[in-house]
Design a binder for this molecule. Structure first.
Ligand SMILES: [Fe+2]
Ligand SMILES: [Fe+2]
Length: 396
C-alpha cells in the first residue's frame, strides 16, 4: 500500500480557515456543555477534534486509574474498548506525558514496537491504512493526566499533522475538560450509589448466611418480572437496583436468632419478622427514588396475597407491586439454593409450589408472568449461579 491510496480514497481537504474553526468550536462547545452523559461527551469531543484538525479518525481515550486501563467509546451502541494503560502509542503518550507525532506509521522506526502492537495490527485486521498519527495527552483541572486525543490520517494535501493541530486538540480538550470531568463525576457517583446499595443488601443477606449471589439473582428476577408485567425499563431498573436490599433489616437481628439451627420459638419468630419493619425504618426517610423503592421492598416482601403474611398482614393489591414481585423472586431463589438446614429443591417441585400458591401466597398475575418468563429466569439463575463464584468455599 502507498500514499496514493489515502489520497484517492478520501478526497483532499484544506485546513479550516479561522471562521470555520470558530464555527466548529462554538458548535461543539455548546453541545458539549449541555451534555451530561459521559459517552456522548466523549463522542462529541472526538468529532470536534476530527473536524478541527481535518483528520480521518479521532478517538478520545480516558485513563481509568483504578484499573490501570485506557478506555474509549468509538460509536453509539458499541461496547467500550479497554486496553492496558501502557499499551500502544496512546499508552506511551499517557505514561510518558508526551505528545507523539508520526508522519508514516509504516516507516517509523522510533515507535515501531508500539505501532506493531497497535495501529499496524488493527490495519491488518481491517484493511485500513494508517499513515499519519498524533496522540496528545490532556489533563484535568488538577493538572493530572486524564486521557489522550488520538488522531489518525490527516486529510489535507501534506498528509501530516502539525504543531498547530496539536494546539487545536489541546484547545478542544480544554473546552471539553470541565464537561468531561463533571460527566465522569456523575458517572462515578451513580456507580458508587449502586454499589453501596448492593453491598448493603449483601450485608443483610450474609448475616443470615445466604449464598453469595442470592441478591444478584433476586435483582435479575425482579427486573425480568417487572418487564414482563409491562413496567417501563426505567421502573424495572429501579426495582432491580432496590430489590437486593429486601433483607437489610436483618443487620439488627441477633445472630442467635438469625442462625439458630432448630425451630424458632414464637418469640424468636416475632423478632425475626421484625427485619421487615427495621429495614423499612432504615430507608423510608430518604427522598431518593432508589431508597424509597428499597423501603417498600423491605417492608412488604413477606406479605402474602391472601393476607397471611407479615408484618402487617395486608392483602391483594394493598401490597405494593414491588413487594409482590420481590416476594416471588426471593422465594424462588431461596428454594432453589442449598442452605445449611436444607437441600435445594428441584425445579419441578418449586414450580408445583408456585402453582399451588398462585392467589394464596403470590399475586396470580405475577405468577403467570413468572411462568411466561421462566426461560429468561432460568438463564439468569445459571448466569449468576453460586458455582460461578470464585470463593465458593465461603458459600454455605
Ligand atoms: Fe426477608
Ligand atoms: Fe432474600
Amino acid at each position: 500500500m502507498d500514499n496514493d491510496q489515502i489520497t484517492t480514497r478520501s478526497q483532499i481537504k484544506n485546513d479550516l480557515d479561522p471562521q470555520e474553526m470558530l464555527r466548529v468550536i462554538f458548535d461543539y462547545a455548546a453541545k458539549i456543555a449541555n451534555e451530561r452523559v459521559l459517552e456522548n461527551v466523549l463522542m462529541l469531543m472526538a468529532d470536534m477534534g476530527r473536524e478541527m484538525i481535518v483528520s480521518d479518525r479521532c478517538t478520545v481515550w480516558l485513563l481509568d486509574k483504578s484499573k490501570n486501563e485506557l478506555w474509549s467509546k468509538v460509536a453509539h451502541g458499541l461496547d467500550e474498548i479497554r486496553i492496558p494503560s501502557t499499551a500502544g502509542l496512546v499508552g506511551y503518550a499517557v505514561t510518558h506525558d508526551k505528545a507523539v507525532f508520526i508522519d508514516d506509521a509504516y516507516t517509523n522506526e522510533q515507535y515501531k514496537t508500539y505501532l506493531l502492537n497497535g495501529a499496524l495490527r488493527t490495519d491488518q485486521q481491517t484493511g485500513y491504512r494508517t499513515k499519519a498519527l498524533m496522540v496528545i495527552p490532556f489533563r484535568d483541572s488538577q493538572g493530572e493526566i486524564m486521557g489522550a486525543y488520538q488522531a489518525i490520517n490527516k486529510l489535507t494535501e501534506c498528509q501530516q499533522f502539525s504543531d498547530k493541530d496539536m494546539e487545536y486538540l489541546t484547545l478542544a480538550s480544554s473546552y471539553a475538560g470541565k464537561s468531561l470531568e463533571s460527566a465522569l463525576l456523575t458517572n462515578e457517583i451513580e456507580a458508587t450509589q449502586k454499589e453501596i446499595i448492593f453491598r448493603m443488601g449483601e450485608i443483610g443477606e450474609s448475616r443470615s448466611k445466604e449464598t453469595g449471589n442470592h441478591v444478584k439473582r433476586v435483582a435479575e428476577y425482579s427486573y425480568i418480572l417487572a418487564r414482563g408485567l409491562g413496567m417501563s425499563m426505567e421502573e424495572s431498573e429501579l426495582l432491580k437496583i432496590a430489590s437486593p436490599m429486601h433483607d437489610i433489616g436483618k443487620v439488627a437481628i441477633p445472630d442467635s436468632v438469625l442462625n439458630k439451627p432448630g425451630k424458632l420459638t414464637d418469640e424468636e419468630f416475632k423478632l425475626m419478622q421484625n427485619h421487615t419493619v427495621i429495614g423499612y425504618n432504615l430507608l423510608k426517610n430518604s427522598n431518593r427514588h432508589i431508597l424509597k423503592t428499597a423501603a417498600v421492598v423491605a417492608y412488604e416482601h413477606h406479605e402474602k396475597w391472601n393476607g397471611r403474611g407479615y408484618p402487617r398482614g395486608i392483602k391483594g393489591e394493598d401490597i405494593h407491586i414491588y413487594g409482590r414481585i420481590t416476594a416471588i423472586a426471593d422465594v424462588f431463589d431461596a428454594l432453589g439454593s442449598e442452605r445449611v438446614y436444607k437441600k435445594a429443591w428441584d425445579l419441578d417441585r418449586i414450580l408445583q409450589l408456585f402453582t399451588e400458591e398462585r392467589g394464596e401466597h403470590f399475586d396470580p398475575q405475577v405468577v403467570d408472568v413468572f411462568f411466561e418468563q421462566l426461560p429468561a429466569i432460568l438463564h439468569a439463575r445459571e448466569q449468576y449461579a453460586d458455582s460461578a463464584l470464585e470463593d465458593s468455599a465461603d458459600v454455605q
